[in-house]
Design a protein around this ligand. Structure first.
Ligand code: NAG
Ligand code: NAG
Ligand code: NAG
Ligand code: NAG
Length: 501
């Protein structure tokens, strides 16, 4: 993206831009190409990696060479990929946002999220590289980056952190700080088509690292860590990506799949280490670009401050806050009429279950279909303006945007403007939603909403049955939320009877 030209700091993996023919921007196109390459190469996966880096002519920059330089040098000059495949991949490793807010270098994955290819590839390469290091030295600690040599700075950077998230997170906050971008992180975007994705358009002004870049960086970090630590080498990269994005999860680690990227990233990353890595990355960029106007008048303390701020905000927005699948991704119809704005922060959260559908959905395709059918029912049969709920919890690790943070819903008669209505897909009279989905609401959603000033810190949680004549959210789920922070008993008149529950 053009801001990086100004700064003179290209992305780590940089290739010449090219237009991709008729391959769709789906991760399946990438794994298809990798399968072709692996079939012809018949070598270990690190050879695939080397071949890929050479074919794509990425990683020519000093920093990329330093961190990801070839792990094996045995490579032939035979072209294994077609012209079209190479053009497609070259387009993908060149992450940028153009003037019409179209984000390039990203692919749609089966879980309904979008990832940037270059930090993903970098993380995988860093994982292979670490695997080959004979002695696993932890990166040396440096206390005062401004008094360290360039070599010391290089050595203090962990390639897995630096190439996936640390370097670009630092740049993102530097560009925001110097007012080159309106936002520091995000945003998400929408595809022109889910079945044949070609164009991904952002929902607002871009930061240096939109959501898709962050997703790719987290996936790169998770896959790189997995590869570096795994006892037996994997047989090929295409099956690694297929298992992670579309399958049952990685071999021996079924929870390691893209749907749980936030949970897995949180479990693997050290926040303290990330903070230091971002700070050192910024120092190194400064050192390599002392004349750049973006560093003019900057001090060592300011870089430390920027790194702290970057990590705090990144962790809050992308690790603590639940990932929410936006309306455009599940194929929502437009709102009917004029929505009413909520007065934030709200004081209440009302918990529901959908009852119908009675079973939680496990894939993006089925959750999106459930969302569409609920919206149809609420609009066409109930006669409401839109799907009633503020947010819906799928059984696939994601939350789905209903009316969202800002608009009054139709979930809890008489109280719609007082609180958010959150519904779990399924029937929870006798069983509970999965622990990971409960956690998503109980902790992630609540903390995120309070931090974002959407919800008061002293919020109250009620089950739908406490607000009117209904069994919602089911006996078993109601029992569960009775244990949640913020839950309160309530007395009310139900069909002329005074009840306290
Ligand atoms: C630093 O800036 C110079 C000139 O703008 C550029 O050529 C160089 O690639 C930059 N260094 C890095 C590490 O990006
Ligand atoms: C791409 O286009 C070529 C010819 O224009 C066609 O032969 C090929 O089948 C197409 N591939 C896909 C995946 O649509
Ligand atoms: C990749 O690995 C998987 C699982 O180990 C295997 O089934 C598949 O045949 C391999 N593909 C290639 C091209 O080697
Ligand atoms: C909750 O906090 C708000 C201020 O943030 C205050 O106005 C309100 O009275 C508090 N409510 C309760 C029930 O303590």
């Amino acid at each position: 993206m053009f801001l990086m030209w100004l700064l003179g700091l290209g992305p780590l993996l940089f290739c010449i831009s090219a237009s991709a023919d008729n391959l769709t921007f789906h991760i399946g196109s990438v794994t298809g190409i990798l399968e072709d390459l692996e079939y012809h190469l018949k070598g270990p996966p690190d050879l695939t990696m080397t071949e890929l880096f050479q074919e794509l002519e990425c990683c020519q920059s000093e920093l990329c060479q330093l961190f990801l330089g070839p792990v094996t040098s045995v490579s032939s000059d035979l072209p294994y990929l077609s012209e079209q495949q190479i053009i497609f991949l070259k387009h993908l490793v060149n992450h940028k946002v153009d003037g019409s807010l179209v984000e390039h270098g990203v692919v749609l994955t089966p879980d309904g999220t979008t990832v940037s290819f270059s930090p993903l590839l970098a993380g995988i390469a860093a994982g292979f590289k670490r695997r080959h290091e004979t002695t696993l030295l932890d990166t040396p600690l440096i206390t005062d980056p401004s008094n360290s040599s360039n070599v010391e700075l290089h050595l203090a950077l962990d390639p897995l952190y630096a190439t996936t998230i640390a370097m670009d997170l630092g740049k993102a906050f530097l560009l925001f700080h110097t007012k080159q971008t309106q936002v520091a992180l995000g945003p998400n975007g929408c595809w022109d088509s889910i079945s044949a994705p070609q164009k991904f358009t952002l929902m607002g002004p871009p930061s240096h690292i939109p959501d898709a870049f962050i997703n790719g960086a987290m996936d790169g970090f998770i896959l790189g860590t997995y590869l570096a630590a795994k006892a037996d080498p994997i047989s090929n990269i295409s099956s690694l990506l297929n298992d992670y994005y579309g399958g049952e999860g990685l071999e021996g680690e079924s929870q390691i799949r893209s749907n749980f990227r936030q949970q897995n990233f949180e479990a693997l990353v050290s926040k303290e280490k990330l903070r230091k890595q971002v700070e050192i990355s910024l120092h190194l960029l400064w050192r390599l670009n002392e004349t750049s106007p973006f560093f003019e008048g900057i001090t060592s303390e300011e870089l430390m401050f920027l790194a702290n701020q970057a990590v705090e905000e990144f962790m809050a927005l992308f690790v603590e806050c639940p990932a929410i699948i936006p309306r455009c991704m599940w194929g929502a119809r437009p709102y009917r009429g004029t929505p009413t704005q909520l007065k934030l922060p709200l004081a209440f959260v009302y918990i529901h279950h959908t009852h119908t559908p009675a079973k939680p959905c496990r894939t993006f395709a089925s959750c999106a279909a459930d969302m569409r059918s609920m919206q149809r029912f609420h609009q066409d049969v109930r006669g409401w303006d839109d799907i009633g709920y503020s947010f819906v919890v799928g059984g696939d690790g994601y939350m789905y945007q209903g009316r969202g943070w800002h608009w009054v819903g139709a979930h809890t008669k008489g109280y719609n403007s007082k609180g958010y209505g959150i519904s779990f897909i399924g029937d929870y009279m006798k069983v509970l939603p999965d622990a990971v989905d409960l956690e998503l609401v109980k902790n992630n959603f609540m903390q995120c909403a309070v931090r974002g000033a959407k919800l008061q810190a002293n919020y109250t949680v009620y089950g739908h049955r406490q607000m009117g004549h209904t069994l919602c959210p089911g006996d078993r789920l109601f029992q569960e939320i009775e244990t949640w922070k913020g839950f309160k008993r309530r007395c009310f008149m139900d069909n002329g009877v005074h009840r306290c529950i």
